[in-house]
Design a protein around this ligand. Sequence first.
Ligand SMILES: Cc1cc2nc3c(=O)[nH]c(=O)nc-3n(C[C@H](O)[C@H](O)[C@H](O)COP(=O)(O)OP(=O)(O)OC[C@H]3O[C@@H](n4cnc5c(N)ncnc54)[C@H](O)[C@@H]3O)c2cc1C
Length: 493
Amino acid sequence: MVEPNRGADVVVVGGGSSGCVVAARLSEDPERSVLLVESGPGYRAVHDRRVRDYRALPVGPGSDYAQVYGVELTPGVASTMVRGRVLGGSGAVNGVYFVRGTRADFDRWPQAWSYENVLPAFRALERDIDFGGPWHGSSGPIPVRRQRSDRLSEISEAFLDAALERGYPEEPDKNGAGGGGVGPVPLNIDGDVRLDTAMAYLLPAWNRPNLTVESDTDVVRILFSGSRVVGVEVETAGVRRIVHAGRVVLAAGPVETPVLLMHSGIGVADHLMDNGISVILDSPGVGSNFSDHPQVTLPYRPRESLRRDTTSPPIETVLNTADIEIRPYTAPPAVLVPRSGQQDQVLGIGLMVPEGRGDIRLRSADRGDRPRIEYRYAQSESDRRAMRQGQAIGLDLLHSPALSRLVVPLYEEVSDRCMLAHLETSYHLCGSCRMGGSDDASAVVDERGEVRGVEGLTIADTSVFPSVPSRGPHATAVMVAERISTFLTQSRR
Ligand SMILES: Cc1cc2nc3c(=O)[nH]c(=O)nc-3n(C[C@H](O)[C@H](O)[C@H](O)COP(=O)(O)OP(=O)(O)OC[C@H]3O[C@@H](n4cnc5c(N)ncnc54)[C@H](O)[C@@H]3O)c2cc1C
């Protein structure tokens, strides 16, 4: 049964890292009614200590706040991938690493997103506790701080010493001029809580009469009249209804945004027809050519002398060198991800500018069927070489005087075989509905986030990134949501 609903000027689909920003910004205008629809749990979950506790990622088996997908990392290597499914989205369950994309990243984006254009938005969204000056903001919604050197866990401190001993440059501010090196990670933590966009943006706007938040509700389809968006169909506890809207802003994240478009008739035309879905718009970029950071783990055995740490953020320091990021996790996966069961503590080795591109495709027209997600990691010799180099750098650091007194690596081999045996994803999927300039025919959205070929439909999440930035995407997601909200506000004037 489908019941009609009174509707809103704007429906924002997905209350994740980006959607909370968009809903808060667009509802600043009291004349605009905004409805935010979120699949996962709402207000009460935002205050749940499992979400607020920044030391753990609440995405293990049985989590109330995660959606799990089966994926293929590379042919022959199956795995699982999670996304946050709660108000705050993946930002509510992530590792609180809050590092901006670099100037070199934005050189690969369309002109409207040049580094000069995005820097003011990065500054405006943050309240940096440690640094001021031309790179930083002091009054934005997201607090950013780094772990003080005298509070670093023993493993982070030894890692920092090891990288400096080996001659890597020090990078005290990873949200500064760039250039790489080893240094403390900017963290979106306030006092002792994780501060995601649900807390920083949505809660302060919660009581506005023109903002409604519906949680535990799925958007199942975008509705069109010809090529004009007229609303969405939503489902709450098995009951479907129609919500009319003048504009729909998709922020369902880089998996569900393309999936929702495909279920609504926008995507690769042949693929939609194969699944019995009527085509509204043939848009070959939907779900195509996404990128993410492969991670190879280097497990180690702690020596007796290594103090167990239960109070630190998951990553306090990283080394960025060439296109590799080395991450000394502060605790074993079993501690960082409750009920995950993996006991060996690891160095993570992320390939930050991968060549590999993946695809998301429907398995059927049934919304209950999870999509097929193929990453195609490690397919090019260049990606494999970079990951082997990363393994070699990681092993060299583990054998340094500073680290070898605390840990013993559990493998020594540097090879493709060993790399594939320890392959994971960083959960940084981006670019599944890429933006592009007017000369880029396969781009799904234009430089302002408007879906090409239809009217009244915007995408404002990590799916529009041209490619995954060379740092974790969370800070860049907030910046993109801020700027697309500004574009939407300007276009109404
Ligand atoms: C476990 C994990 C750890 C990570 N660690 C880090 C880190 O430390 N640093 C970093 O930079 N990045 C990290 N990331 C990545 C980062 O958090 C994401 O890139 C970012 O949060 C994505 O933002 P988004 O707005 O695109 O999507 P999301 O934040 O995932 O939001 C999408 C929202 O839409 C909702 N939704 C989906 N479909 C529908 C629908 N049909 N109807 C209604 N609602 C819907 C979802 O429930 C979700 O709340 C991590 C990600 C994960 C999963």
